[in-house]
Design a protein around this ligand. Structure first.
Ligand code: GTA
Length: 329
């Protein structure tokens, strides 16, 4: 039991042991519309590795570029946390190999059964050059973007260069992930869909990660928000927190609720992660707490239209080149 939630109470859990999360059309609009999850077929048996884009021993992740049936693909492997409800199986159903023993201290290699050593696997196929760039290890630089910079540099760039949001429309239209929806407010103005982020395997609440995707389709990011959007933002904040309390027994005081600037996908969405879990992108240089966003808009209706915003860009990001060309870096 963790944070008051029985592991057994978590939805759609352990039975899908080797699940592959498919990005469904995230590939620059080239992918299909539907969202079938591959459940048992090993779609990766023919995967040919080209190179490792990034890896982290601490986070136990590896981002690999390769070919899947002659199509460019990115595969993300991530070792999953050890779950309390697997401990009995772990201790009784494993083999132990002694590595060293010294007084009261000893270390072993524990070879466990497949269900305990699951690797969460994400496949992006067909992957665009932009996906490869996104997942490649790169130095970042902090960019200072005024309201005018947004209009003259960022907006023209994102109008041409962003990732497809087909996967978002699939969710809103129930063509994909419909069975994963935790809560929906169908109102076209203030409504949204709340569902698990595909980075969360939903096996434990320690790394809880959900996203709220708004039904309105013309709000690209934080920059587009004005006081007109306050009812929408307040609705997401309130109902999102209530739905998470009801489903996962996690109170609002244990949540980090924020927006990314810049996001990868320019359709407004809000991240709900568990406080204490260092989700990728939750640092101060990228995450804007929804509570702050609401207050800022209450005190200045045009806050996000006019303020200078700061964010990191990777060395190989085309937007960084645009800022350099404009002499803004
Ligand atoms: N439910 O199809 C989807 C889907 N897609 C395509 C993206 N998301 C999806 N969720 C569902 N179904 O949190 C999620 C993303 C992200 C959010 C978009 O939507 O997981 P954003 O627009 O602000 O984009 O949010 P962001 O944060 O840059 O995207 P992302 O992918 O999270 O990348 C941030 C960093 O996280 C990456 O640079 C990488 O270092 C790391 N990362 C990405 N994916 C994984 C992964 N699968 N495992 C581990 N680390 C990862």
């Amino acid at each position: 039991k963790r944070d008051g939630v029985e592991a057994d109470e978590l939805p759609q859990r352990a039975e899908k042991k080797a699940r592959v999360d498919d990005e469904n059309g995230g590939g620059g609009g080239g992918g299909g519309e539907g969202g079938e999850e591959a459940e048992s077929e090993n779609v990766l048996c023919g995967f040919k590795t080209s190179n490792v884009l990034n890896d982290s021993a601490r986070e136990k992740t590896m981002f690999i570029r390769g070919k899947l049936a002659d199509q460019e693909a990115v595969v993300i492997l991530e070792k999953t946390p050890i779950r309390e409800d697997t401990l009995a199986e772990l201790f009784s159903g494993s083999t132990l190999k002694l590595e060293m023993k010294n007084d009261i201290y000893s270390t072993y290699r524990l070879h466990c059964s497949s269900s305990s050593s699951m690797i969460k696997t994400t496949v992006v196929c067909p992957a665009t050059d932009k996906h490869v760039t996104k997942y490649q290890r790169q130095e970042s630089s902090l960019v200072e973007e005024t309201g005018e910079d947004y209009q003259s540099i960022t907006l023209p760039y994102i109008q041409k260069q962003t990732f497809s949001v087909q996967w978002v429309y699939n969710i809103l239209e129930k063509k994909a992930e419909a069975d994963r929806i935790v809560y929906e407010d169908p109102d076209p103005e203030v409504g949204f869909v709340l569902l698990p982020d595909f980075k969360w395997d939903q096996k434990q609440v320690d790394d809880l990660y959900l996203i709220a995707i708004v039904h309105q389709r013309d709000i690209k990011s934080l920059r587009d928000l004005t006081s007109e959007h306050l009812p929408l933002l307040q609705n997401i904040f309130q109902k999102g927190k209530e739905a998470i309390l009801q489903r996962y027994n996690l109170p609002a005081s244990k949540l980090r609720v924020y927006l990314h600037y810049q996001p990868s996908y320019y359709h407004l969405h809000v991240h709900f992660t568990k406080l204490g879990y260092e989700a990728p992108g939750c640092g101060v240089e990228r995450a804007h707490l929804l509570a702050d966003v609401i207050q800022n808009l209450q005190s200045d209706p045009r806050y996000y239209e006019t303020r200078t915003l700061y964010f990191p860009l990777r060395a190989n990001d085309g937007l960084l080149s645009k800022f350099k060309e404009a002499g803004r870096l």
